[in-house]
Design a protein around this ligand. Structure first.
Ligand code: SF4
Length: 422
């Protein structure tokens, strides 16, 4: 978009969603920057919005809702939720595949229609310092704002809602009493709206709800309303996210979020673009904002051979984490296994993971873990930073020994960072 075009659109700004009207000026600034930048445009699917018949079915189901945080630019719209800033002409579909421009209005197609859900231990997210041993009701819709070459959930993250859900069969609503089992066909027709979610999570004895597997930023409107209603019902909300989100929507969402797991997929911008189709700086800004907002969060870093396994880069990342987030922020290194477009690479060598853990500890981080590598001793054990004794031991996702009382080491009474009880 040219500067002249952006200025011509100025009078049209003031679009829908949760956007405060006063925000238009700064968003116009963003828009001008976007127009001037040499950034590659988002991956827009031209003319890929559902036809009238499918759109009508989607609306009848309640699976289409007007989007939040976007601009109306004549008949075009621009989403302001993540740094992709998708600019859509009528009939276009967004980079994350979940949003469309229908007649000059931006809609999400991923609302109330999760394509998968499970009951997970909170350790599986992974979150090791947040309500350990608790169960979390975990759900996802299709779609993602990134394109990670190593994505382990690409069957849902790189799909559009119409490829994971079926609006043509009989409607199925998920609410207590819950069915004993769901077939794949049931799942494709299932609705789970925000006003059902607290009752469902309670019926399944889960104190928290996790927005996970794909990317909650891509189903922002659904996740936000679920979070809002779950919070009102006394449940906790957990985001498992790549962190690629703009400040305003993150602030808007985070007011209802209790804990987050943020993927820091590397510490080199060029690699971030190549491996994930993302950018490093927005993720760093997200981490700092979570810090400022006081939301409990943990950081995960997947070490991918030949992409993110350089020890000097890992050391720089750990230095940044200590300096900006403090020594008490848990860091989980995770072992890569061959999958998706990187199935030709070997798993991360154990020595690389151990070297990364050593570097993180040497940088000053107090709680460092290694995931997906059972052969590494104490890979998932929490140690007291003062007396160095094991205070929380795990076997994969199961808690096997707890030596923490009221958030303190049972041996020397040093506080252990985290949220240990509801
Ligand atoms: S959330 Fe989706 S539609 Fe919005 S800017 Fe990001 S990729 Fe584009």
């Amino acid at each position: 978009m040219t500067r002249r075009r952006a200025l011509a659109c100025c009078g049209a700004i003031g679009a829908a969603g949760f956007a405060p009207r006063g925000a238009a000026a700064s968003w116009l600034g963003d828009l001008l920057k976007l127009g001037d930048s040499a950034e590659a445009p988002a991956d827009i699917f031209k003319g890929d919005a559902p036809d009238d018949a499918l759109w009508s079915l989607w609306q009848q189901r309640g699976w289409a809702r007007e989007a939040a945080h976007y601009l109306k630019l004549d008949r075009n719209v621009q989403c302001k939720i993540c740094p992709n800033n998708c600019l859509l002409a009528p009939g276009d579909r967004s980079h994350c595949r979940n949003k469309i421009n229908r007649d000059g209005t931006l809609y999400t197609l991923a609302y109330g229609n999760p394509c998968t859900f499970h009951i997970d231990p909170i350790e599986k997210k992974p979150l090791f310092h947040y309500l350990p041993g608790s169960r979390t009701f975990s759900l996802a819709t299709s779609g993602c704002v990134l394109r990670c070459l190593n994505c382990q959930n690409w069957e849902i993250s790189q799909r559009k809602p119409e490829e994971t859900k079926n609006a043509r069969g009989p409607e199925l609503r998920f609410r207590p009493p819950l069915p004993a089992a769901l077939s794949q066909d049931d799942m494709s027709r299932l609705s789970l709206f925000p006003d059902d979610i607290a009752a469902v999570a309670r019926a399944l004895r889960c104190p928290s709800i996790s927005y996970t597997y794909s990317e909650p930023t891509a189903y922002y409107e659904y996740a936000r309303e679920c979070c809002r209603q779950a919070r009102a019902a006394g449940l906790k909300n957990v985001l498992v996210t790549c962190g690629s989100i703009e400040e305003r929507p993150l602030r808007d969402l985070a007011q209802f979020v209790d804990a987050a797991h943020v993927d820091l997929k590397g510490f080199d911008d060029a690699t971030y673009r190549k491996l994930n189709s993302g950018k490093l700086q927005p993720i760093l800004e997200t981490l700092k904002l979570y810090r400022d907002l006081g939301v409990w969060f943990e950081v995960i870093n997947l070490i991918v051979p030949t992409y993110t396994d350089r020890l000097d880069t890992i050391k720089r990342m750990c230095g940044w984490l200590v300096e900006n987030l403090g020594p008490d922020r848990p860091l989980h290194f995770s072992r890569f296994h061959p999958q998706h477009k990187l199935d030709h690479l070997p798993p991360t060598p154990v020595e690389t993971l151990v070297q990364a853990r050593d570097a993180a500890r040497a940088a000053g981080l107090r709680y460092v873990y290694i995931g997906n590598a059972r052969e590494v001793p104490d890979a998932d054990t929490t140690f007291c930073p003062q007396c160095k004794r094991a205070v929380l031991e795990r076997d994969v996702f199961a808690i096997t020994r707890v030596q923490i009382d009221e958030g303190k080491c049972r041996f020397c009474h040093t506080p252990i960072a985290g949220v240990w009880g509801v």
